[in-house]
Every structure is written in C-alpha cells, then in structure tokens.
Design a binder for this molecule. Structure first.
Ligand SMILES: [Zn+2]
Length: 499
C-alpha cells in the first residue's frame, strides 16, 4: 500500500485487535504496561546471578545401572523431567525437595515389556497405578484393538497424569484365522488373509500412531514378507511370535523382538524341515475350526515331540540367527509351574491391592491351587529355562515382560517375578536389570534417552532400600519412584492402588 499522508484504518487490524478499537482501552493498556515493564526488568536482574533451585536432589545414594555398574555416594539432581547431574561425593544443591539417599540404591525406572491394557477391563483402570506402585515407569502394550487402546494411551499420555510411559502396537496382526478373535478369546487380533489386507492394516495402524507392530502365529510367509517390508518402510520396530508356517531361524533376523520363545522349539529339533509341511497343510484349516483351537492343536501335535528330539547343532543355528533379536521369554508365564505366584510369601498382601472384582476370584483360585498337589507336565517350563540360559550365554539380548494380566500376572508385581526367573535361568542380577531397562529402550531406539542413570537422561528412577545386586528380589523394596521427573514417595505410591 502506498503511503498517502492520511491515516487509513486497516480493517484487518481492527478486527484482530478489538481491544484497541477504543482510545480509552488503549490508554489503559499503555498505563498498565508502563507500570509492569520496570517490575519485569527488576525481576530479570534479580534472577541473573543465581539459577532457580532444581526440583529434586538425592544425596549420598548408591547408583546402579546396567551400563555404568555401581557408583557409590552420588548426588543426583532432577529438574524439568531430566536427570541434570550425577556427581561424585558431598555437594550442596539448591533444590525444592531433597532426599537423603544414604544406605539406599537408585536404579533406572523399570519396564514391563509385555503388557495388555485392554485384555481384561476389570484391570484396565487400576493398571497404571499398580505399575508405578511397583517401580515400573514404562510399559509396552503388545496387542489390543485400536478403538480401545488409543483412548487409553491418550489418557495416560495427557500432561500431568500420573502414569507410566506407554508404547503400543495396536491389534495382533494374525493370519486368515485369528487366535484372539473376540469369540473364543478376548479380541486382540486382526485378520490378514492376504497381502492387500496386510498393507491396509499397517497403514491404518500407522495413522493411529502405533509405536511398533506385532505379528502373530497364523500368518502365512507371504503376508509375513509384506508386514516386515511395510514396518521397515515406516520405521516401526517389529515384534511377534514365530509364525507356525515358518521356521524360527528365518524369522529371527527379520524382526526386532520375539515373545514367549514361542515355536522356537520346533526349529531346535533333529529334523525341523520335516515338521513344516504338516503345519502348513493343517494351517489351510479345511474343517474351519476357530483360530485358537487350530493353534493349540498344532502346539499339541509338535511341541513336546520336538523338545524330545532336541538337537544342539540345529539349536546353535537358531540361536545364532537370534543374535540381534530381543527375546522376551516371559518365564513367569512359560515356567509358571516351577514358581507359582500362589506360593510367593507376599501374594496374599498383593491380592488386597488388586481391583475388588479381581481379588475375589483370584483368592478363590489361590485357595484351590494351594489345596491340591501341583501335577502336570513341566517339560515346556524346564525347556524355557534351559533355552534362556543357552541364549543368554550366546549373548542374545533378553528383555523382561510378563503378559500381564494374563495367567495370574498381577500388574507391576509380576515384573519382579520375571526378574527373579531370569536370574534363576542364569542371568546375573545386573543383567536382569538390563533386561528391564536398557533392552526395552534399545528396541525403541531410545538408549540415549532412557535406561541408565546419567546426566541428560529422562528422569525415571526407582529408589530401593535393599541392594538388588545382592538378591534380585530386592527390586521389590521400592521406597520412592520418580516418574517423568515427578517424585512419588512411598505414601504417594500407596495412594495409587486400592488401600
Ligand atoms: Zn501377550
């Protein structure tokens, strides 16, 4: 616009700043502004020489993480959601809250790497509190329908909500037949009978913001190829079960994590190639039995006989194919008969913390199980322990997940049972801590953000009263949790669960 020497009111300005349409209002604003500006300058000058206090300092604590080992007598400072200092020796730090950590142990916040928030709605609302109560500050939801899981994740991620960090997969990507179909099992899966459907499903999940994908046992090799390619193209890590139509050594190198050691035994046997045609033929499902039934019939058909024909040479090849694939063995589940939760000394106290609708049926089952001699075949339970020991010795990465709330996995509590089982299978306590801290972070490419106690890392921490390296069961001695930089004292943690 050319300047003509006469003022022309700009209609746009007038409509955008209605406050200034009257001269009186403009004068009021100017007067107020004159008063505020000197105050702002004084405040600014006063702030320059000394930094504002940090939010939290922990003095004299023994810091333990799987990368840096044990560091005694450290001062750890937390501010604005991050660890801002891990310093040696006695310092004085200006902080709003301080904790005397002498005689205590500070570890990174724990992960449960295999969780189903939507599996049993009686649990859903209580789960975040139960996780934090037990020192679990991050969870990976490994399967649930989008319409249920997305609103839950959004709720947990809302600013200011006290909840663990959550990462989710959306539905299990199953084959033409679906195991978790909403009829024979709770609805967790979705059908992928052909590559076109698989492509469309991945596109839809990616639009919904999933953090990774999970393939399931009934998919065909053709659909597997498409799903892996689609995941790679979108930069989404891939989790899964070994599909029954494939061999574990062909699946392992193509995905980033595998659950339950599932179907690996079928490839650790004397003639694994010979077992494949029968599985593929039955997966055609001419009798149209439900997916859950078809899957368990295949397990029944081949699992125990494959373990009976275990072949070390074959298994060495399988294990070497898994060298870069995180295994989530869920020993708590696979080897439940070796250490039933009902036998644990603190199980009865735990039941008091669970939702009322759960407490009663679980207490009844507890009484029933305690009343009878535990029998049954424990071959698969022992096989799972054996395979974890072998994999660990071969440096296969292992992560701690529970499948909570499935099969008496109490949210939070069960992660400590899993750590105990991993140590029983041959991991050191520090390696067990790695499985619940560093490994999950690596899966999501977040190892520079989470999983250790170092300057600059996200402030997810657990303060223990007992040394977890003396006995891994000491991870249960949670005195306080720092979740997303916020301190939760023991009292605050107890308020998060049923009293
Ligand atoms: Zn699961």
């Amino acid at each position: 616009m050319r300047f003509t020497g006469t003022f022309e009111e700009d209609p746009v300005t007038t409509s955008v700043h209605p406050t200034f349409t009257s001269i009186k209002a403009l004068r009021m604003f100017t007067r107020t502004f004159r008063r505020i500006v000197p105050v702002m300058v004084i405040v600014f000058i006063a702030c320059v020489p000394t930094a504002p206090p940090a939010e939290l300092v922990i003095y004299g604590v023994t810091v333990i993480d799987a990368v840096n080992g044990v560091r005694d007598n450290r001062t750890v400072v937390v501010d604005e959601g991050r660890i801002t200092m891990v310093a040696d020796g006695d310092l004085s730090v200006d902080a709003l809250e301080s904790i005397d950590g002498a005689g205590h142990y500070l570890i990174p916040g724990l992960w449960d790497f295999h969780v189903h928030l939507t599996y049993d709605e009686r649990f859903t609302e209580a789960m975040p509190g139960l996780f934090l109560n037990h020192g679990i500050t991050s969870i990976r939801d490994t399967g649930g329908p989008l319409e249920l899981i997305v609103p839950i994740v959004e709720g947990l991620r809302t600013e200011g909500v006290t909840a663990p960090r959550v990462f989710f997969a959306g539905p299990l990507l199953d084959g033409g037949d679906v195991v978790y179909d909403g009829e024979n099992n709770p609805l967790l899966g979705i059908s992928n009978p052909d590559p076109e459907t698989a492509r469309a499903n991945v596109a839809r999940f990616a639009d919904a913001g999933v953090d990774f994908l999970k393939i399931y046992e009934m998919i065909s090799p053709e659909v597997f190829e498409v799903l892996v390619a689609e995941a790679e193209a979108r930069g989404l890590p891939m989790d899964g079960h070994v599909p029954l139509s494939m061999r574990a050594r062909d699946v392992g190198p193509r995905v980033q994590s595998l659950e339950h050691l599932r179907n690996i035994e079928l490839d650790c046997t004397s003639d694994p190639q010979a077992l494949l045609p029968e599985r593929r033929q039955r997966l055609q499902n001419p009798d149209e039995v439900p997916g859950a039934q078809l899957r368990s019939s295949l397990h029944t058909l081949q699992r125990l006989s494959a373990i009976a024909e275990y072949d070390e040479g074959q298994c060495d090849e399988v294990i070497s194919a898994m060298s870069g694939t995180i295994q989530v063995p869920t020993l708590r589940l696979n080897s439940l008969v070796l250490r039933p939760p009902f036998d644990r000394p603190d199980w009865d106290d735990l039941l008091d913390k669970l939702p009322v609708e759960i407490e009663e049926p679980w207490r009844m089952t507890t009484e029933e199980r305690r009343g009878v001699e535990q029998g049954g075949d424990d071959t698969f339970a022992r096989w799972s322990m054996f395979l974890v020991e072998r994999m660990h010795r071969a440096r296969v990465p292992i992560a701690a997940g529970t499948d909570t709330p499935i099969s008496f996995a109490a949210p939070g509590y069960s992660l400590h049972s899993e750590l105990e089982m991993l140590v029983r299978a041959g991991l050191s306590p520090l390696e067990a801590l790695r499985s619940a801290t560093v490994r999950p972070a690596e899966f999501f490419g977040l190892a520079s953000e989470m999983g250790t106690v170092e300057e600059g890392r996200l402030a997810d921490l657990v303060l223990l009263s007992q040394n977890p390296l003396d006995d891994i069961r000491n991870t249960r001695s949670v005195e306080a949790v720092i979740s997303k930089g916020v301190l939760l004292s023991r009292n605050a943690l107890d308020v998060l669960v049923r009293q």
